[in-house]
Each structure stands twice: as structure tokens, then as C-alpha cells.
Ligand binder design. Structure first.
Ligand code: ARG
Ligand code: ZN
Length: 852
């Protein structure tokens, strides 16, 4: 039996004692007294030791009755499940039947079967199915499911194909064997937008998006994204859908983004519902990405799943990589790559540099829900991107074909994954595999030496210790590199240097002139590159590099160096920087979306992270002040250009969320945002007044808030949108995110008293408390008011929804970066959170790791 606070180890994996041939479930739905009858056909696993007890997971279940092969048995559940002694079991296969009672209405943890606005829904990944019935709730036990739902609600859904419908009941049949975490059930008063899709194999599939009545007009974009995802997976990976129906349901109360349950994806409504007037361009992009992500899981996750939860990145890293490829194809590869790298650094590098660092394949956990992290997802995707770079595009496709052919219907490991690449590419990848096992962001140092027409590059790698991993081995790091002449012409197109030792030297000869080195093109590896370059060299790369990511990065490095100098010794942004920004801003040959990214300064947390990495103790107030000063200088120096860009980047005609118009709006708002630091927000106010779409309405209001204005616009925004939950999340978040540092905690506290602050709704909780945690200068107020407010609310949420509370607790993960006074204040809050007898396993593990 599992002591719930004890860690589970990858090394302890044992195959399941019993496999399952068939599952039949009947649900009699009632808010307080749902009955679940299960009939499970077990057979001893030939690959396991014979004669073992039957152990079934189960949490919070009231056992009504149980039988084996029709004969009543007495079972006494403990806190985590029940056991049937081997001696009491028949030899060979047998049928276990049980009836349990559960209360979905009181389920505030949003795991298992719960209710959201009167509808029933489920979330079973990772270990929620054990809150529905007794079951071997582990991903390597796969079975076909047949489900009967009894309820008077009009829409009754489960996985697979419809298998019968009558008054007060519906049946579903899922022929594809699946692990319990992919089970789903939905019942409610719902309405669907429907289209049909014919797969390349000729299968006619009904696609439905189910929403609450009134929301139908916000489903068109998601449905179109679904069709495009299905087509893309056929064209790019040769994978077709495999059921007659694909259902998506939007749910308001949901812990994560969405869930890939077989044939019945359940989504946080913020990643489904969108119209031009209620959703921003980033919302549309997030919907497109997550719809694709969950759909792509049908092959990478569902058909081929994980042997155990340590292998989570097997499905998540791969599916994120696939959704990144898809988004690049749908929009712009250059812009998408830059955005992905920015997210990686903001979330994963941050995680990797602190007490929560863990390998892409962790070796132990207490609560697996705490490992749905940027490392498992985003770094996992980077590892696949590197694999593709190392073996080449054709072998990548060959490896994936082999993966699907070899492992369809199986529960697999990272070893299986590496093996298909080794076999397809004929290459030993054992050193590469360390990327899965070793935590921490490697630092790669590049030193240049130029003599007699010869360029010598010395590359070094070093990974600092992370919790539990004091010593690091050298990794196989692909460094994409090119050379640019001072006049901007390319002297050497991209080469992949394979760095596999602590230090290596690469030589380039016959060069007509001393080149500018363009290193880590496309961000070819998830490393921190230390490469000293002059501002002049950076300006050349920003203006001329053939690799769009390297261009962006050169501008970013320029901005970062200047901001560091401003923060540390009160320097001012010099004319070269302002001129480089002006050139990028006004270069009509460049994609507006790209120009918007270049114009945006590194954020406060990114600056704290880079200062810390450079050996300094970041001061959140100094960072905030310097960044505002830089914006002010930019606004003063570039005012006419910024104003012209605001005028030029209008998007006449009806609203379209496509990448082209979205890029124009992004640049327009970025320019107006900078300009607000000089014009008091006049341009932003005009955009707000004329806006016919949420991107501009919300973007302009945010720009006003950032310069201490926007009160009137905020009131108007509230009047207009108080009836729309998703827009109201924005209203809550923006006021905290853009508050002046000294006011942020006060504003957040006041918003928690607002009648519409429904703290049990994860989106709303994050909009206020999560936003405060994401406002470095506000959260890290010297008097500790930010820390106290967040800790108070985390403690309250922990009592209702431990998973959500544990997730938001990561706002504290960077605490060791800061000064002793701040550390002492945070330590006291973390200790207060941990020292409660009722502290959840989820929160206990997170806080324990953070305190170290
Ligand atoms: N598999 C889902 C996705 O990435 C995430 C669900 C995670 N849920 C959880 N409670 N841990 O699409
Ligand atoms: Zn996923």
C-alpha cells in the first residue's frame, strides 16, 4: 500500500500483475450520489510474477458491493484502494464487479468526476480514475471500454463511438484499448457546432464542439483549427483519425489547458471559445495550438502511451514539438520559433535554475501532477527538435514511421523512443539520452580567436549542479553556426557543430575578412550561450543575419546588455541601441510580427534571471525602474516613427484572426505601448476608443494601465464585459499585471473582495493571484505584503483544489535569487504553508522541494 507522502521511484517499476481484457462501466448520475458499476475482465499478466494479490487503486469511494465471477466478496478498502489476496482469486481470467458511490457535486479538486455549472465532466490524467471506481489506475494497463450513462440530461458523452441511445440513457463503445487516464464522461445541457471530415483512409468522421447554449457563436475558430489539425497530421505524419466521431467539450472549471481523452477531448473553455470581440490574437493562437495539441495526442499519447508517469515527456514533449511544427506551418516559422524560445526561457530556464529543477524524465515524484512542467513539456520538445537536427529531416520522418509501426497499441518508454532514432539513423545516441536524465540548463561558452585569416572557435559546456544531481556529464549539443561579413553578406551558411565534450575547438580558414559569428542559429539547443560580442557586431547580426532567430537574438542581447548596465550602474541607453531599434521598427521588408517582438524589451523576470545567472542579486525595484526608463528613452527618441507605425498598422475591413492581421495589430500595440511612455497614452486611448476587436481594446487598455492611466477605460471595459467570464478574467488580470509595484498587492487584495472573484475557478484564481506572482516588482515588495497575500490564498485554495494550489505555488520558485531580507520573508511564508497538518501532498511536495 502506498504511503501517500512517500516518493515513487522510476527504478522500482514492476509490470502490472494483471492485465484487463474488457471494461464495462455504468454511471447512474446524481450530484451527491452517483453510482458507478464496473465489470472488469482481468487476466494474469504473463510478463509478471505469478500468484500476486489483486491491488486496485481507489480514493474517496464508498464501496456498495463487490463480486468475483458473480460470487459476492468482502473487500475492505483502505485510504488508497483495496487488495484481494491471491489465494482468494480464481486461477486464470476472472470478472471483478463492483458498485461504488461518489459525490461529484462536492468535488472541488476538479479531478475524477466533478460538476461545473451544472454539467458533469471528468479529468482523469494522471491519477483521477481511481476517484471514479476501483481500478489498476496506471497507464500500462490498457483495455477496451464500454460505457453506459443513465441521466435525464440531454447530452451524454463518453469515449469511442456511440453504441445506443434511449430516453435517460446512452451507451458508448471504445474499441481502442486505452489506459484509464484517457477515460472521459460528460453530461449536461449542451449544444454543438458540427462539421464532417473525411480522413485520407475514407472514414467519415463527425466533429462536434459542445458548449453551453449561448456560446455556439464562439466555436467556429476552434472547429476550423481541428479540421486543419486533422489534415496536417495526415499530410505531415501520415496519421489518420480512427473513430467515427470526435467530440470536444468546453468546461469553465478546469485545472489545466485541456485533455486528450480518446475521442472526447475536454477543454478549459478559454482554449475553445473565441470571437473577434471577446478574444485576443494570442487567445486565437493558443486555441489553435491547444486544439492541435490534444488532437495530435491521438497518435502520440493515446495509440502509443507511456509505460509509467516518469515517461510523461514521451507523449508531452513529442506532442508539443508536433504542435510547434503545426503552428509554424499555419503561421510563421520565424515568429513561432522566437515565441517558443521566449516561453522556454521564461518558464523552463527559470525552473531549471531553481529548487524545482528536474530532468525531462524525472526519477522520483510524490505527486505526479506536480511534474506537468515546462521541463517535461517544453524542454522535452526541444530534445526532439535537437534529435531531428542531428539525424536530418528524412531520418526523423523514418524514425517516426518506425515508432508508429513498432509501438502502436503499446505503453512505451524513452528507451523505446531513442531506439527508433538509433535504428532509423544508424547512430548511437546514448550520449544524447543524457538530455533526458540530467537536469539544468547547460552553459555554452564561445570564445573567438582571429589570426591571419583564420578563425578559431573554442566551445565549452558546463552544467551547474541541480537538486540531487551534483555532478553533470557532458551532453551532445548541436550548435548551429554561420558567419556573416561586416557588410552583412553571409560568408558561411549554417553548419551544425556537434559539441560532445567539455571543450572543443573548431577552425575556419580562408576567410576574406574577420567575420561576425552567428551562433546558436534557430536556438539549435536549449542552452544558455555566453558569447561576448560588441554592440556593433550585434547590430550587424540584427540587421543582416540570414537566420531570423539569430537576428532577433542579436537585438535581444543588445537590449539586455543595456538594461543590465542601466540597472547596475545607472547607464543610459546609447544612440546605437536606439538607432538599431529604429531600423527594425521601420524596416518594411520585415514581418510586422517580427518587428513587434524585436521592439519588446526583455521582461522584468527575464532580467532578474539573467542578472542572477551573471552572478548578481537582482533588485526587483531597480529592474522595474530601469526598464521604464529605457521605455521612456525609446519613446522620446522614436516618437515620430512609433506614431507612424501606429497609423500604418491599421487593419481595415472585418476582423480576421489570421497571422497577417494579428502581426499588424501586435506591432501597432507594441508601438503604442512604448509611445505611451511619452504621450501619456494618447495613441493608446484612441485605439481603445476605436477598437472593434478584443486585441486592440484590451491591448490599448493594458498600455494605459502600464503608464498609470486607464481608469475610465477600465470602468467601461467592466460595464461592457461583466457578463462574459473569459473577458472578465482579463479584466481581473490586467489590473494586477500592470499595477504600479507599490500598489499591485493592494489592488490584488481588493479584487479578491470583488463579488465576481470566484476563487474556486482556476482561471479566476490565476487571473488575480497568479498575476500578482507574475509581477516581479509588485510581488517582491520589500514589506512582504505580496508574499503574504499569495500565501494566504494558496493556503485557502489548497483546502479545495490541491493540484491548482501546488501549481500556482511555483511563483515562489525563484526565491533564492533575491536578497536575504526577501528570502527570509519568503521562507517564513513557505514554512507557514507547509506547517499545517492539513497541507496537501501536492503542496507539501512543492514547498518541501522549494525549501530544499
Ligand atoms: N495531457 C494533458 C495535455 O497536455 C494535460 C493534462 C494534465 N492534467 C493533470 N491534471 N495533470 O494536454
Ligand atoms: Zn499534452
Amino acid at each position: 500500500m502506498r504511503d501517500t507522502a512517500q516518493p515513487i521511484y522510476l527504478a522500482d517499476y514492476q509490470p502490472p500483475a494483471f492485465l484487463i481484457e474488457q471494461v464495462e462501466l455504468t454511471f447512474r448520475l446524481a450530484p451527491k450520489t452517483t453510482r458507478v458499476v464496473s465489470q472488469i475482465r482481468f487476466a494474469p499478466n504473463p510478463a509478471a510474477a505469478p500468484g500476486q494479490d489483486l491491488r486496485l487503486d481507489g480514493e474517496g469511494l464508498t464501496l456498495i458491493a463487490a463480486s468475483i465471477d458473480g460470487a459476492h466478496v468482502t473487500a475492505t478498502p483502505d485510504a488508497t484502494g483495496l487488495s484481494m489476496a491471491a489465494a482468494t482469486l480464481p486461477d486464470g481470467p476472472f470478472t471483478w464487479e463492483a458498485e461504488v458511490e461518489i459525490a461529484p457535486e462536492g468535488n472541488t479538486a476538479l479531478e475524477g468526476l466533478y460538476m461545473s455549472n451544472g454539467m458533469y465532466c471528468t479529468q482523469c490524467e494522471a491519477e483521477g480514475f481511481r476517484k471514479i471506481t476501483f481500478y489498476p489506475d496506471r497507464p500500462d494497463v490498457m483495455a477496451p471500454f464500454r460505457v453506459r450513462i443513465e441521466s435525464d440530461l440531454p447530452v451524454l458523452l463518453s469515449n469511442g463511438n456511440p453504441a445506443g441511445r434511449g430516453p435517460g440513457w446512452a451507451e458508448w463503445d471504445d474499441p481502442h484499448p486505452k489506459p484509464s487516464y484517457l477515460f472521459a464522461l460528460v453530461a449536461g445541457e449542451l449544444t454543438a457546432r458540427t462539421v464532417r471530415f473525411t480522413t485520407m483512409e475514407g472514414r467519415d468522421v463527425t466533429l462536434n464542439i459542445w458548449v453551453r447554449p449561448g456560446d455556439e457563436d464562439k466555436t467556429a475558430y476552434a472547429l476550423d483549427a481541428l479540421k486543419r489539425s486533422m489534415l496536417w497530421d495526415e499530410q505531415v505524419y501520415g496519421r489518420a483519425y480512427d473513430l467515427d466521431i470526435f467530440n470536444i467539450v468546453a468546461v469553465d472549471d478546469f485545472n489545466m489547458g485541456a485533455m486528450e481523452n480518446k475521442g472526447l477531448n475536454i477543454f478549459n473553455s478559454r482554449y475553445v471559445l473565441a470571437s473577434g470581440v471577446t478574444a485576443t490574437d494570442s487567445d486565437f493562437a493558443a486555441i489553435e495550438r491547444i486544439i492541435a495539441h490534444e488532437y495530435f495526442h491521438n497518435w502520440t499519447g493515446n495509440r502509443i502511451t507511456c509505460r509509467d508517469w516518469f515517461q510523461l515527456s514521451l507523449k508531452e514533449g513529442l506532442t508539443v514539438f508536433r504542435d510547434q511544427q503545426f503552428m509554424g506551418d499555419m503561421r510563421s516559422h520565424a515568429v513561432k520559433r522566437i515565441e517558443d524560445v521566449l516561453t522556454l526561457r521564461a518558464r523552463q530556464f527559470r525552473e531549471d535554475a531553481g529548487p524545482l529543477a528536474h530532468p525531462v524524465r524525472p526519477e522520483s515524484y510524490v505527486e505526479i501532477n506536480n511534474f506537468y512542467t515546462a521541463t517535461v513539456y517544453e524542454k522535452g520538445a526541444e530534445l526532439i527538435r535537437m534529435l531531428r537536427l542531428l539525424v536530418g529531416d528524412a531520418q526523423y520522418r523514418g524514425a517516426l514511421d518506425l515508432y508508429f509501426a513498432r509501438h502502436d497499441g503499446q505503453a512505451c518508454t524513452i528507451e523505446d523512443w531513442i531506439a527508433v532514432f538509433e535504428d532509423a539513423a544508424g547512430r548511437d545516441l546514448s550520449q544524447f539520452k543524457r538530455w533526458y536524465e540530467q537536469a539544468g540548463t547547460p552553459k555554452v561558452t564561445l570564445l573567438e580567436d582571429w589570426q591571419d585569416g583564420k578563425l578559431t572557435l573554442t566551445l565549452r559546456q558546463h552544467t551547474a549542479p541541480t537538486p540531487g544531481q551534483p555532478l553533470k556529464e557532458p551532453l551532445l549539443i548541436p550548435v548551429a553556426l554561420g558567419l556573416i561579413a561586416p557588410d552583412g553578406t553571409e560568408l558561411l551558411p549554417t553548419q551544425i557543430l556537434e559539441l560532445d565534450s567539455p571543450e572543443q575547438v573548431f577552425r575556419f580558414s580562408d576567410l576574406p575578412t574577420k567575420p561576425v559569428v552567428s551562433a546558436l542559429r534557430g536556438f539549435s539547443a536549449p542552452v544558455q550561450l555566453a558569447h561576448a560580442q560588441s554592440s556593433a557586431e550585434r547590430a550587424i547580426l540584427l540587421g543582416h543575419d540570414t537566420d531570423p532567430f539569430a537576428r532577433f537574438e542579436a537585438g535581444r542581447n543588445l537590449a539586455r546588455d543595456i538594461l543590465h548596465a542601466m540597472i547596475r550602474d545607472g547607464a543610459r541607453p546609447g544612440p546605437e541601441y536606439l538607432e538599431a531599434m529604429r531600423l527594425a521598427l521601420t524596416d518594411h521588408a520585415l514581418d510586422p510580427a517580427f518587428r513587434a517582438l524585436v521592439l519588446r524589451l526583455p521582461g522584468e523576470d527575464e532580467l532578474a534571471q539573467s542578472l542572477h545567472a551573471a552572478g548578481h542579486t537582482p533588485d526587483p525595484d531597480a529592474i522595474h525602474t530601469a526598464r521604464r526608463l529605457a521605455l521612456r528613452r525609446m519613446a522620446d527618441a522614436l516618437a515620430p516613427d512609433l506614431a507612424r507605425v501606429v497609423e500604418d498598422m491599421d487593419t481595415p475591413g472585418p476582423f480576421s484572426p489570421d497571422a497577417r492581421d494579428a502581426g499588424r495589430r501586435a506591432l501597432r500595440l507594441a508601438a503604442a505601448g512604448v509611445l505611451a511612455h511619452a504621450d501619456g497614452g494618447a495613441k493608446a486611448r484612441a485605439i481603445f476608443a476605436q477598437a472593434d476587436n478584443m486585441t486592440e481594446q484590451f491591448g490599448a487598455w493594458s498600455a494605459l494601465l502600464a503608464v498609470g492611466a486607464g481608469a475610465e477605460e477600465g470602468a467601461q471595459f467592466h460595464r461592457q464585459w461583466q457578463g462574459d467570464r473569459l473577458v472578465m478574467d482579463k479584466w481581473f488580470a490586467a489590473q494586477v499585471m500592470h499595477a504600479a509595484p507599490e500598489r499591485a498587492a493592494k489592488i490584488a487584495a481588493a479584487l479578491t473582495d470583488h463579488a465576481a472573484f470566484d476563487w474556486k475557478n482556476p482561471n479566476r484564481f490565476r487571473a488575480v493571484i497568479g498575476s500578482l506572482g507574475a509581477h516581479p516588482a509588485g510581488f517582491h515588495r520589500k514589506d512582504g505584503a505580496g508574499y503574504r497575500l499569495v500565501a494566504d490564498w494558496l493556503i485557502r485554495l489548497d483546502g479545495a483544489n490541491p493540484q491548482a494550489a501546488a501549481r500556482v505555488s511555483t511563483v515562489f520558485e525563484t526565491w533564492r535569487r533575491y536578497d536575504h531580507e526577501r528570502q527570509a520573508l519568503i521562507r517564513a511564508e513557505l514554512t507557514r504553508m507547509q506547517d499545517r497538518p492539513e497541507c496537501s501532498r501536492d503542496m507539501g511536495e512543492m514547498v518541501g522541494r522549494m525549501l530544499g
